[in-house]
Design a protein around this ligand. Structure first.
Ligand SMILES: Cc1ncc(COP(=O)(O)O)c(C=O)c1O
Length: 340
């Protein structure tokens, strides 16, 4: 099956297994896993941030990111498409006792006009706006990216209003490649960033929260409280490090393939998409003839797996384990769908 359901479905390559096999390990709760310490230093340095803490998942990275900036009854400004809002089980309420304030951005991307108008006053009855949380690239937005100047403007606004800026950078790697932005430029405009190694980079497990030393010290404590303190995690760090060294450069190929699929979809009378909206590895398209279930069943019969993405929308996501030949099969499946 050609698995376009997600970029989380990749399996370790021989090279990655080899790196994991040779990993330096120790007990990371005691701060003794040299492989993990090296990865935290490497990624913090890539973003020009002071420190990093390795966590098991992007969800934990985001939730600790919110926790370190907030007190119960605070409010977080966020786009209505955000993963934190839709797909983290209302964890912000459960873990931090905070409220999310979803705004209607442009395919997952906010701007200063929207955010400024949502910052609360300081009356007794107002929730306290404390954090602006961005997602780059935006998953539900269709892999859309923030232009770095928009992030800079938002960061400036958060400085003026004494707010923290958290970035869900699960796919920041894709955004960096697609927009030609240096990772350090993102680091310069965020208080915390959660990055994932287990999406397009292709590591089996792992994310990292980045920020100032004081903030990450606090984060390490919350990670332990949440049960995310790992012991010999150096083998996971080795996979993440290998993924950074060998798979980061392949993301451009994923974007090229996603664009090709988008163009094929645009050429079909059974689907709707604006191929210009496809900026990275995610392709969202609407089914205009037949149903989503029928279209997915057709793709499956052609050996191509995609997922329903709400309403009449389907998502296809590219990763480095999809070959050009497999892309051709997916293109043929799109061309041959008749919607009856
Ligand atoms: C944008 C975004 N943020 C965070 C996450 C959460 O990552 P995890 O599944 O590792 O918890 C995902 C997962 O798909 C995501 O797409």
């Amino acid at each position: 099956m050609i698995d376009l359901r997600s970029d989380t479905v990749t399996c370790p390559t021989d090279g990655m297994w080899n790196a994991m096999h040779k990993a330096a390990v120790g007990d990371d709760v005691f701060g003794e896993d040299l492989g993990l310490i090296a990865l935290e230093e490497k990624v913090a340095d890539l973003f020009g941030m002071e420190k990093g803490v390795f966590v098991p998942s992007g969800t934990m990275g985001n939730q600790i990111g919110l926790k370190v900036h907030t007190q119960p009854a605070d409010e977080v400004i966020i786009d209505e498409n955000a993963h934190i809002f839709h797909s983290e089980g209302a964890a912000a309420g459960l873990i931090s006792g905070i409220q999310l304030r979803p705004l209607s951005g442009d395919r997952g991307v906010l701007n200063t006009t929207l955010v400024r108008s949502a910052i609360r006053n300081r009356n007794d009855w107002d929730p306290r706006t404390r954090v602006v949380a961005l997602e780059n690239s935006s998953n539900k937005g269709g892999g859309t990216c923030y232009p770095i100047h928009v992030m800079r403007e938002l960061y400036q606004l958060t400085r003026e209003r004494e707010l923290a800026l958290h970035l869900d950078g699960a796919r920041i790697w894709n955004a960096a490649v697609a927009t030609g932005t240096e990772l350090r430029e993102y680091g310069a405009v965020c208080d915390t960033i959660s990055v994932c190694f287990s999406k397009g980079l292709g590591a089996p497990v792992g994310s990292m929260l980045l920020g100032k030393e004081k903030v990450i010290k606090k984060a390490r404590r919350f990670r332990k409280i949440l049960g995310g303190g790992m012991r010999q995690a150096g083998m996971l760090a080795a996979a993440a490090s290998y993924a950074l060294d060998h798979h980061f450069e392949k993301l451009e190929e994923d974007h090229r393939k996603a664009k090709k699929l988008a163009e094929a979809v645009a050429g079909s009378t059974c689907f709707h998409i604006d191929p210009d909206h496809v900026e990275t590895n995610i392709v969202l398209f609407r089914v205009t003839r037949g149903t989503v279930d029928e279209a997915l069943a057709w793709f499956e019969s052609q050996d191509v797996a995609m997922i329903p993405f709400g309403g009449d929308t389907i998502r296809a996501t590219f990763h480095f384990q999809i070959s050009d030949q497999e892309l051709e099969t997916a293109l043929r499946a799109v061309d041959s769908y008749k919607g009856e």
